[in-house]
Design a binder for this molecule. Structure first.
Ligand code: PLP
Length: 364
């Protein structure tokens, strides 16, 4: 079976070497030495000022909202993983969906201003598929209306924009290190900011709001363990190699797919890309389902990502339509992409896709 993604695993020996240290120290979690080492190395790799390694890429979104005192309306994207909207709803905020751009599927800055009310406090946008949002335009709107900017940068590890990690933009950016992402720690995530006071606040939020017997603030448990940090320390040095291997798979798809009937989202200029996903867009949902069925019949599993458009979630009703996002989410499919996907498999996948796309259906 070929899945949409396959986690990179380091040499077992490399990982067990870290385990030996954990066994010697018997320090399993709570700001341990491997976690600190990983945080230091990630900061260096990304070139960011403050970075807190946490348990996942969802709780860090919640922590960002809490730390910035966001409780009211947040203008957000309908085209993201459900965690983005869930974090807002979980924190009691009101998501207000601004539609996406038809070319790169990131939030459309031109749709934001008309949605701002006296209750708007922030913009929460997703850098879709590891590509950058229109960062300058979003920043200008935020400054004009005194709004905070939170980026769900879960896809962007290893992507940069104008020579800086995409994670370095916004008041706060968050990332996910889930097993399916370009860089992973099995489960994990981080929160990044330049703001010293905010970083301090987040540090306490991560571990219940206290240090020893001193209680500073509310908090949650978002601490990650030495075992997860060890995985991160094994995978991090391989990231440039993993991205290069993804790029190779990308170019095989680019060479083989028939783009007379398939389109692809565009890359924002200035982005040095991490090749996180290979989304393809079909002319209709019917074509998507035909392609998807043809692949699954050969034990190849693509993923509808992102689907559904988040303004249509059944548990979060009453939102304005977002026609672009609703349309794209019905027609976009991510094809299998991981560093050691063999060229013959890309051949086979592309052939199945091209054939299924070419079937002419009778109008009904
Ligand atoms: C993966 C992902 C998340 C959630 O991250 P977890 O680590 O699984 O909690 C949030 N937002 C986006 C856009 C993601 O792709």
């Amino acid at each position: 079976m070929i899945n949409v993604t396959k986690s990179y695993l380091p040499d077992l020996e490399e990982y067990t070497n870290y385990l030996k240290g954990i066994w010697e120290r018997v320090h399993l979690t709570n700001d341990g030495p491997l976690l600190r080492e990983l945080e230091g190395k990630m900061k260096e790799f990304l070139g960011v000022k403050h970075l807190k390694f946490c348990t996942n890429g969802t709780v860090v979104l919640q922590m960002a909202l809490k730390a910035l005192d966001i409780t009211k309306e947040v203008i957000t994207t309908p085209f993201s993983y459900v965690a983005t909207t869930n974090a807002l709803l979980w924190e009691g905020c009101t998501p207000v969906f601004a539609d996406i751009r038809p070319d790169d599927f990131c939030i459309d800055p031109g749709k934001i201003e008309s949605l701002i009310t006296e209750n708007t406090q922030a913009i929460m946008a997703t850098h879709v598929y590891g590509n950058a949002c229109r960062i300058e335009q979003i920043q200008a709107i935020a400054e004009k209306h005194n709004l905070k900017v939170i980026y769900d940068a879960a896809h962007t590890f290893g992507s940069s924009y104008n020579g800086r990690s995409i994670l370095s933009y916004g008041d706060v950016s968050t990332c996910s290190f889930h097993a399916t992402k370009v860089f992973h720690t099995v489960e994990g995530g981080c929160i990044v900011t330049d703001d010293d006071a905010l970083a301090e606040k987040l540090h306490f939020y991560r571990s219940f709001g206290h240090r020893n017997d001193d209680y500073y603030s509310i908090g949650i448990n978002a601490k990650n363990s030495e075992f997860h940090a060890a995985m991160g320390l094994c995978v991090l040095p391989k990231v440039p190699h993993l991205i290069a291997a993804r790029k190779q798979v990308f170019s095989w798809y680019d060479d083989r797919l028939n783009f007379e009937r398939i389109t692809r989202p565009t890359l924002t200029s200035g982005v040095d890309y991490n090749y996180a996903y290979y989304p393809v867009v079909f002319d209709s949902e019917a074509t998507l389902l035909r392609v998807s069925d043809a692949l699954k019949a050969q034990e190849i599993v693509p993923r509808r990502y992102f689907y559904p458009s988040l303004n249509t979630l059944p548990f979060s009703i009453g939102h304005e339509p977002c026609p672009v996002s609703e349309d794209v989410s019905l027609r976009v499919l991510c094809l299998p992409l991981y560093p050691d996907l063999p060229e013959e498999d890309v051949d086979r996948i592309a052939a199945i896709v091209n054939e299924a796309v070419a079937v002419i259906t009778e109008p009904v």
